[in-house]
Design a protein around this ligand. Structure first.
Ligand code: FOL
Length: 228
């Protein structure tokens, strides 16, 4: 069921794990980085047969290519997305909020609002069964801090797609764990670029990427971490 689907966190963070500032991103718009985010969160993988039992409905959804990835985000992250880009297109959007959807500003009917990641995925399962949503491809958690933290506490969170921003920026919001710290009991391992490319389904440059803003270079690199 969608409720037990593996979760992948996707995040861009500085070396100090800064991810946000004043309700937005701490750095100027990185066009190619954002394009990577959009491509990767949209791409539905072709499943390899692992011998698991799949329903006839899911089998035909796979054959017809009618699955969609899901993006799970907190209310503040929802509000940080420019209105013209939300809901994020070609993806099922789940917004986590302790408030009722009527108390949030205009949220389209196709967006699922839920009080937790688990209840959001259960609501999606129900919507799929009712024919109101497409079967799930992959599920991405797209922030912010408290939603990443909740996801990291779930066993089903297996991977983190991290873009490491090479420059420091003033930040007021941080990714909740240090993926490089091995003293933790967390068992996060950085995987090779080849595994990253296989995971995301496209060739990924393992060199530093550079985008220039107002004459200032901002470098970054794409990484994959996996929990053992
Ligand atoms: N992960 C990574 N790697 N980079 C990010 O910038 C990022 N941002 C968030 C979460 N994970 C991330 C949260 N913030 C959009 C805006 C803010 C945002 C996430 C997404 C957004 O507007 N996305 C559009 C692309 C718009 C464009 O092409 O300029 C989308 O369709 O995904």
């Amino acid at each position: 069921s969608a409720a037990q689907v593996p979760l992948t966190l996707i995040v861009a963070a500085t070396a100090k794990n800064g991810i946000g500032k004043n309700g937005g991103l701490p750095w100027p718009m990185l066009k190619k980085e954002m394009a990577y985010f959009a491509r990767v969160t949209k791409r539905v993988p072709m499943p390899t047969n692992t011998g698991s039992v799949q329903s006839d409905a899911l089998k035909s959804a796979i054959l017809e290519g009618t699955r969609r990835n899901v993006v799970i985000m907190g209310r503040k992250t929802w509000e940080s997305i420019p209105p013209k880009f939300r809901p994020l297109k070609d993806r099922t959007n789940i917004v986590i909020s302790s408030q009722d959807r009527r108390k949030l500003g205009a949220v389209p009917d196709e967006v699922i609002v839920a009080g937790s990641i688990a209840s959001g995925l259960e609501a999606l399962d129900a919507a799929v069964s009712a024919g109101d949503a497409l079967p799930i491809g992959r599920a991405f958690v797209i922030g912010g801090s408290s939603i990443y933290k909740a996801a990291l506490d779930l066993e089903q969170t297996k991977n983190v797609l991290l873009t490491r921003i090479g420059t420091e920026h003033d930040c007021d919001t941080f990714f909740p764990i240090d993926l490089e710290e091995d003293s933790s009991t967390e068992r996060w391992h950085r995987r090779y670029n080849k595994q990253l490319s296989t995971f995301v389904g496209e060739d990924v440059n393992d060199a530093q990427m550079i985008e220039t803003h107002d004459g200032k270079d901002i470098g970054y690199e794409f990484r994959l971490y996996e929990r053992s």
